[in-house]
Design a protein around this ligand. Sequence first.
Ligand code: GLU
Length: 409
Amino acid sequence: MIAEPAFYLCSLMEKKVRVRFAPSPTGGLHLGGVRTVLYNYLFARKHGGDFIVRIEDTDQGRYVPGAEEYIFDTLRWCGLEPDESVQHGGAFGPYRQSERKESYRQYAEQLINDGHAYYAFDTPEELEKMRQDHRTNENPSPQYDHTIRMTMRNSLSLTAEETKQLLEAGTRHVIRIKMPVNETIRFTDMIRGEVVFESNTVDDKVLLKADGMPTYHLAVVVDDHLMQISHAFRGEEWLPSAPVHIHLWKYLFGLDQMPQWAHFPLILGPSGKLSKRDGAKYGFPVFAMNWTDPKTGELTEGFKEKGFLPEAFINLLALLGWNDGTEQEIFLKEELIEKFSMDRVHSAGAKFDYEKARWFNHEWIKKSAVGSLESGVRTLLEASGLNNIDSAKLQAGDYIGKGSLYTDS
Ligand code: GLU
C-alpha cells in the first residue's frame, strides 16, 4: 500500500488535476461504472480539478443507440455533472473518440517509424489458422505475440519492398504494437502499490484497425495525453492492459507524462462479480436507472425507478470500496468530497448487499423533508397504476402500502 499524501500530492502540485470517466456507449450503467464516476468526481472536486467525460466509441460494432444519452441522464440524476464532455463542451474536444478518428493514425505511424509497431496484413483466415496450428492443452488460445509474429504476414517478416507494394495496393491491414521481449514492466498503482508484469506474457495488440479506427489501447493513451489527464482511474478489469499502455506512453510521450493510475476493485454480488444476472435472479437493481436494450427489448431495472434517492445511491456507492476510517456511514456529498482519499480505497473486491443498500435509502428518506419526496413518490404510485393522487393525503402517509411503496421501511 502506498502512503498518501507524499506519493501523489507532490505531483498534484505540479499538474492541475484532470480526471476522466471514459465509458463506451454499449448499454446501461452498472453500479461499478457509477462508482468509477463518483470516485473520479470526488477526487476532482477535492483537489480543485476538472472532471471530464469522454465517450469511447471506436468499437462501432458494439455501439448501442441511446446509451450515450443514458449515461448523461444518469450522471445528472446522481448529481455528478462533468465539467467537460460532449454535452458540456470544453477546450479539449471533441469528447467523442469517433470524431477524433483522424488524429490517431499519425501516432501509430510514428510508432512504426520508431520501430515500436508494425503493419500486419494477415487475413481472418490466416489468423484462425495460426490459432489452430499453435493450440495446445497448455495454450488453448494462442496469441499474436513475439513467439509468433515472424511466422505471420507483417512488415517485420516481409521485406521492405513487399510491405511497400502491399500498402500501395491498398491491402487491408492493421497496425500492431511490437511488445518488447524479456522486459519487466512496473508501475505504481495508487491503490495497489507496485504492480509488475513480464512483457513476454503480453501479445502484440492491434492499435489501429483496418477501418482506420484506433483500438481502445491507442485511443486511451493519445487522448489522456491530449486532454492533459493527470490521474486515470478505472476498474481493475483494465489492469491486464496496463503493460501495453505503459509502453505506448513510453514510446509516444515519455513515462514522466503518464497520468497516475488507480484500478478500482470489483463489486461482488452473491455469485462472484456483480452481474445483471444476479440482479434478475435475486430481485434487485444493478443499473443506476432503468435501461431497455434497443436490440433485445430486455429491461434492466434501475435504482432510480426502485425509489432510491440519488443522495442515498451515491452514499452507498461511496462506501462500496472506501471508508473514512471511522464508523460513519451516512455522508452528504460535500462531506464525501472533503473526506475522500484514494489511500482508503480498498484493493479487495467490495461486496454489494441489497438489504444494506435499502438501509441507506431508508436513512436518507428519514432525513428528507416530506414535500421534497412528493414527486418521486407520485411517480412510483403512478407507475403502479394509481391515478388522481391527492397531495394532502399523500403527505399524510395515506398511500403507504399502495402500489410499489415499501411497507416495511
Ligand atoms: N472505454 C473503457 C470502458 O469502457 C474505459 C477504460 C478506461 O477508463 O481507461 O470502460
